[in-house]
Design a protein around this ligand. Sequence first.
Ligand code: GLU
Length: 306
Amino acid sequence: MNTQDYDQALIGRFAPSPTGPLHFGTLLAALGSYLMAKKSAGRWMLRIEDLDQPRVVPGSADAMLYLLEELGFEWDGEVLYQSQRFGRYQEVLDVLRARGRLFDCSCSRREILASAPHPGEEGPIYPGTCRNGPQGGRSERAVRLRVKNETIIFKDMVLGRQVQNLEQQVGDFVLHRADGVFAYQLAVVVDDIDSGVTQVVRGADLLSSTPRQIYLYHCLESKLPEYLHLPLAFGQNDKKLSKRNGSFALIFRENGSSMLWRALDFLGQSPPAELFDWPAGELLAWGVENFQISKIPAQNRQITFS
Ligand code: GLU
């Protein structure tokens, strides 16, 4: 591959938040994004989303990297840490402000809740209170992006056509929180643009964030990536598998390679039973070799571990 071919290749990424150990849902996002990138001989970048410092669990980023390595995942380039990019996020905020896209907002969450017309899927829909200047004398202010009454439509590679009207379903959204933390929506888009990411593969829990991110791409006049949202795994108690219901330990209860087998299976790739005991690296290589996007199921499902 010469440099030019490489530059034009697909660039995927995996962007875990280091707020606890790697759990099954995170492994699905790692695996899905890896298979999609590697199947097309693309690059796969790793980004640690340690944006919200108080939520970061010390040591968990390193533990994730170690486990990924053990499972045979190889990432391209340096690992990017969001905590090292605050200057860049501020720069982009300044650009958006200069373009008249932002406004300061002094509303508290309670005030928004009280005046919001409907509770949206993502919390209350911002009612536009501070659009023409912040109210009251509160000094902590969030920075919001003004949205337009336009419908964002995109095609997800697994879930198909998606439609969201930002004004009606979300409202002007926060890019910089009143506590000084840059918002996930801002950081994820700035990082994906700066890293040249062409394909975003992640869990379907982030599906409803995607129109906000697409809108930000428009505001920043940048080319959109493709999107693929993976089905979510539910535990027996019917909640999304995550750190919150204790399922983080699942990955360590069995050995890593059998978790990888289960993740391939969950993503519809039907790994043969005799591969269950294979070393993780070989199993992952089998996954890349045999990967078929058309087999990824759209439905969230329950998974049980023996
Ligand atoms: N850091 C996010 C998470 O762990 C994923 C962000 C993304 O893939 O866009 O849920």
